[in-house]
Design a protein around this ligand. Structure first.
Ligand code: FMN
Length: 234
């Protein structure tokens, strides 16, 4: 694969943006799929819909989108979905119990999805049970010819305290993603670390956590940058 410096990457991104502007009218740009488009999906594993994990992921996706007009994004919230990890081990659900995991599979396996950003609240220094169950159920993708293989992955952890276990939570999620042969990235510059570490306890919530938002935006850019490299094309 051709090596691309950050300067080349930024220059090419700007050039791609300028080229796109000549063929797509600004008003139509949102609705017309860009040639060579790739998709980055963020999955919020908080049981609480629209709360701090989802908010942080929204910021992360926006930063990813700003890297290139080729990038489309989607936020999937698992809140309210019934995802039972026991099925991964072959233990069936009781009759009539719903299973909301199978409808998620086509999106995850879609070859156009080149990046997946997993966000979880920190619960007792680790991921939420919803996140754990989701990762366990991803065994079907592993068994289906490693359908997550070579997709770029990043992790966002949101805790109620500044140093509440975000980093160890990120590592815990990353181990499962490594098992699926995903390409793990941390947050890139200005301060490269394992992933995005967010504090929801700031007055005004995650959007007031400037340090955390720096990591969130850097992660979004990094996932986008590597996803574009892996996807190749123009
Ligand atoms: C069972 C439980 C355990 C928690 N443990 C931690 C913890 O270890 N560290 C931390 O910083 N916050 C902890 N929290 C706080 C949550 O991580 C925090 O409220 C987070 O913002 C929740 O994400 P959400 O707003 O997307 O639901 C815990 C919350 C719950 C419910």
């Amino acid at each position: 694969m051709q090596s691309v410096t950050r300067r080349d990457f930024v220059r090419n991104s700007v050039a791609a943006g300028a080229a796109a502007a000549t063929v797509v009218a600004p008003a139509a740009a949102e609705s017309v799929p860009h040639e060579g488009a790739i998709k980055i999906v963020a999955i919020s594993c908080s049981p609480r819909k629209g709360k701090s994990t989802a908010t942080a992921l929204g910021v992360c996706l926006q930063a990813a989108k700003e890297v290139s007009p080729r990038i489309e994004t989607e936020l999937v919230e698992l809140a309210g979905l019934r995802i039972d990890g026991n099925i991964a081990a072959g233990v069936p659900l009781a009759q009539g119990e719903p299973d909301d995991f199978p409808p998620l599979v086509p999106n995850l396996a879609d070859p156009r999805v080149r990046g997946i950003i997993l966000g979880t609240p920190v619960y007792f220094g680790n991921m939420s049970s919803l996140c754990r169950a989701f990762l366990e159920r991803c065994i079907v993708l592993y068994q289906d010819k490693f359908a997550l293989r070579n997709k770029v992955a990043g992790v966002v952890a949101v805790g109620g305290t500044r140093n509440g276990g975000q980093e160890v939570t990120i590592q815990s999620v990353q181990i499962s993603l490594f098992c699926n042969e995903m390409i793990l990235v941390g947050n890139g510059r200005p301060s490269p670390r394992h992933g995005a570490t967010v504090w929801s306890g700031a007055e005004g919530g995650v959007l007031k956590d400037e340090i955390g938002l720096t990591t969130v935006k850097a992660l979004g850019r990094r996932v986008a940058e590597v996803a574009l490299l892996v996807a190749g094309g123009h």
